[in-house]
Design a protein around this ligand. Structure first.
Ligand code: HEM
Length: 434
């Protein structure tokens, strides 16, 4: 028997594949447990299919996902922030009572407006500008690790991984850091509202939080307008508005303030939690980075490849087009599954293996690709690197506690709700240094 004949996916009958297509669900079943593994059958046998439950064409191979990202003339990101689950009338009324009007931000803007704005607002993301934040990130991580380093156990999500990226995000945007707990709650609500499947009851609570988030974002912006001289990205955007009022509009700034807080925070928190889970489950890889911190930048990329925090993203066809030979009609919606592309053996050798020395791992698509590729990717990378450097230096002996990992079911965002670790404080390297 040839290997392909032995492979269960090659052996699957057309009827089995048709059944898998009909059952495909991003909110329940195998996709929620291990999305990349759940996509393997499709990646091998049906690289593009229409999911009746979801109402999207689902694309799973590396080259096809990249092609869709690349071709903004055919595939628009206009639906990137559309609600996957339409709101109930009651939830809509609550949102309306807050004058909720989330509109275009960079991520869901078509050309040529998008590129004009992206260029106008690029400055804060230049490597030299981002590097200025590194000492602050390191101080912040040290302060949070100090709080639990002698305790012997911690929930890294609750005690480190959301607080650091959220504080950095606010600092980066120029937003005061007074309301962190509330903002975390608002961000989760925005994620559920946009990418999740809230029940009718949840929709009401979520709409209330999202409405408040919208009002809060407007208030912060109004205060900032009084003196936009600070270093934050939003302050920079307000100054650019004076020069380019038609490019950087009020509506745009308000939407960007809210979307920016979420984009800059949850993504990085989840990605670091995913990375730590992967590394601690593969003790050899963890021990290697503890011995040699120079391996960390590539380990970060490899973790983003294997288990990124945005596993899938959306596009809508602007005109009749084709993906992997499949005709797509104008107006049809597409889900590109980056985590599947990142596990595609056509591009990555031994794709399911964690290899922190892999030489093409930065080819991963977890930050998207092309004109809309994540603007904050180098800030996220820097935060992840510093978090891993500090944890591997100060707690090389930590290990995962016995636990079940839970994930909020969404079409795009993925990271564990908690990440519990334990260690013996008597073995802390800094005690030996005393
Ligand atoms: C866009 C992922 C962190 C700001 C995106 C996109 C993805 C993504 C998938 C859409 C790309 C596309 O459509 O081709 C991530 C991941 C992160 C992360 C996985 C963390 C590990 C950040 C941070 C910031 C940020 C820290 C801000 C400081 C943005 C912005 C865009 C974007 C502004 C829109 C870019 C455009 O459309 O021109 N990100 N992101 N992201 N991200 Fe991130």
């Amino acid at each position: 028997q040839t290997p392909s004949a032995r492979c269960p996916f090659h052996a699957a009958t057309d009827a089995e594949i048709a059944g898998a297509v009909a059952d495909f669900d991003v909110f329940e079943g195998p996709f929620t447990v291990d999305p990349a593994a759940a996509m393997r059958l499709f990646r091998e046998r049906r690289p593009i299919f229409f999911s009746p439950k979801l109402g999207y064409w689902v694309v799973s191979r590396y080259e096809d996902v990249k092609d869709v990202f690349r071709d903004t003339g055919a595939f628009s990101p206009a639906n990137a922030l559309e609600k996957v689950t339409p709101s109930s009338a009651e939830a809509n009324a609550i949102l309306a009572s807050h004058d909720y009007a989330m509109n275009r931000t960079l991520v869901n803007e078509d050309e040529p407006a998008h590129m004009e704005r992206r260029r106008a607002l690029l400055h804060s993301f230049l490597p030299a500008e981002l590097e200025k934040h590194a000492p602050m990130v390191r101080r912040l991580v040290a302060r949070f690790v100090d709080r639990f380093v002698d305790r012997g156990e911690a929930d890294l999500v609750d005690e480190l991984l959301w607080e650091v990226p959220l504080t950095v995000a606010l600092h980066f945007l120029g937003v005061p850091e007074d309301d962190m707990e509330v903002l975390r709650r608002y961000s989760i609500a925005h994620t559920v509202n946009t990418w999740g499947r809230p029940s009718p009851d949840q929709q009401v609570a979520v709409a209330e939080a999202v409405g408040n988030f919208w009002t809060y974002s407007g208030q912060v912006l109004d205060r900032m307008r009084l003196d936009p001289s600070g270093d934050g990205w939003m302050e920079y955007a307000l100054r650019r508005q004076r020069e380019l009022p038609d490019v950087v509009t009020d509506s745009y700034l308000h939407s960007m303030m809210m979307a920016g807080i979420v984009a800059a925070h949850e993504t990085t928190a989840h990605a670091t939690a995913n990375a730590l889970r992967l590394l601690l489950e593969d003790r050899e890889a963890w021990d290697e980075i503890c011995r040699d911190s120079a391996l960390i930048p590539n380990a970060v990329e490899e973790c983003l490849r294997l288990s990124g925090s945005i596993i899938a993203w959306r596009r809508v066809a602007l005109k009749d087009a084709e993906i992997a030979g499949q005709p797509i009609a104008a107006g049809e919606r597409i889900l590109v599954v980056m985590t599947s592309a990142n596990h595609d053996g056509r591009h990555f050798e031994n794709p399911d293996m964690l290899d922190i020395r892999r030489d093409n791992t930065t080819d991963h698509l977890s930050f998207g690709y092309g004109a809309h590729q994540c603007l904050g990717k180098n800030l996220a990378r820097m935060e992840m690197r510093i978090l891993l450097e500090e944890l591997s230096r100060r707690l090389p002996h930590m290990r995962l506690a016995e636990q079940r990992f839970d994930y909020l079911p969404t079409i795009s965002f993925r990271g564990p709700d908690h990440l519990r670790v334990v260690w013996d404080p008597a073995g802390n390297p800094e005690r030996a240094d005393d």
